[in-house]
Design a protein. Sequence first.
Lengths: 98, 195
Amino acid sequence: MLITCPYCGPRDVIEFTYQGDGNRERPDPASQNFEAWNAYVYDRLNPAGDHNEIWQHSGGCRAHLRVVRNTLTHEISSVAFVRGDHASAARRKAEDKA
Amino acid sequence: MAERQSPLEPEFHVGSHGNFEHGVEILLTETRPGSIVQLAAWPGEEKKLIAAIRTVTGLALPDGAGGGSSDGVKSVFGFAPGKFTVADEAEGLAAAFAKAVTPAIGTVTDLSHGRTAIRIAGPKAEWVLAKFFAIDFALPAFPVGAGRSTAHHDVFAQIQRTGADQFDIYVFRSFARSFWKALCHASEEVGYEVQ
C-alpha cells in the first residue's frame, strides 16, 4: 500500500504510523459528560468502504495526515495535512502522484 | 574545542574493496561537516526563516517541497513542512542562526554532534541507494540540491542530492556505524573505494 504524502510524494506504508479513526471528536477536557467520553474512546463506525483516518508520516516528514482509505480495497482516495496551515507546503502537483 | 571523533572509525577502511577488478563504481566517504543545524519555522513564519537562511548561508532555497541547494561548502534542504537542515564545513553555524532566527520566527537545533554525514558518489550511487530506500532516485524526480527524509529499517535518514551521481546522507550518530557497514556491504558487488 502506498500513501502519497503531500510533502514527500508516494511512500510505502511502512514509513507511516496509524494514529486512529479520523471521525472522532475529543470532548472538552473539562467535560463530565461520560457518554461523550465513552463514545470518543470506544464507538467506531467500522465501515466496509471509505474510512477517514489519521496517519503520521513517522518515517519521513513526520507530518500528520488526514487519509481516506477504502477498508475493502486499501485504495487511498485522498491525503491532506491535518494542519491546514501546512497546505502551502504541499507543493507537489497532482500529476506527480502515483 | 574538543576534537571530534568519527563514529565510523573502527569500520572506516580507506582503499578499494569488494568486486573492484572491473573498476570502482562507488566512492564512500564521511564529509564531517563542522555544523549540522535543524531549523523549524512557527506556522506562517516560513518565509522569514527562508530569508534568514539566505542571510546566514547565502543560499537561496528553490520553491517546492524538499527543495534545497548546496555550494559545496554549505548545504540546505527542506525535509518537512517549514523545517530545514543546514550543514556547513565550518563550525559555529548554530550561533549564527541563533542571532538571525529570533524566537518569534522559529527554532534552531544544533545537531552537529548528533548526526553523521556520509557521502556516496559514483555511477552506481543511485543503484546502491535504491536497495536501501523505496524512493525514486532518478534525476528528474530527485533533482540536484533536493532533500528527502526517509528511513532504512527504522534508521531515519535525510538524503540530499549534491551532484548528478552524488548523495549526502545524514543519519543518527549512534546508528551511523551500522548504517555505514550496511552501505559498504551493499556496495561490494559493484566495487567501492573509501576515501
